[in-house]
Design a protein around this ligand. Sequence first.
Ligand code: PNS
Length: 167
Amino acid sequence: MIRAIYPGSFDPVTLGHLDIIERAAKTVDELIVGVLNNSGKTPMFSIDERVSMLKNVTAAISNVKIMSFSGLLVDFAKQTGATIVVRGLRAISDFEYELQMAQTNRKLYPLLDTMFLATSLKYSYLSSTIVKEVAFFDGDIQEFVPESVVESVQEKVQARKRMREND
Ligand code: PNS
């Protein structure tokens, strides 16, 4: 039984993330999407919202499980019995940081290996940060995130704009 973790912030989940989830789920027995609950960052979506969006968009993939985690990824891997970390590589610029993380994780927990999947070309430019930026300036994000996520992002952007106006 091979159990893998696909960790990330998923703030929000993009079509690029979903593509990696679908492809990784075909190569392992169980894929846990680990949503980082990072108290040091102020995400657009709460941890419950990110988990719920991911559950919604992966509902049809039977071997995918969505869980949140905080602290070290290696501790989450130990708790869940995962032996593989899945990460997507979009471009060479991702490589340095990803290699550093993979090697640190393996140093901390030698049983944990990282499997990199090359992001599909059509999503190679995409990131959650870009999605939020485009949405903030009222750009069309329909080709960037799953259909059910479009409205949630737009609602958050509008709420943020209203808050700024009232400041
Ligand atoms: O989607 P992201 O924000 O690029 O994902 C980064 C993530 C969640 C994979 C990374 O920050 C992480 O694993 N954080 C948990 C803390 C940890 O274990 N850090 C040490 C690895 S170097």
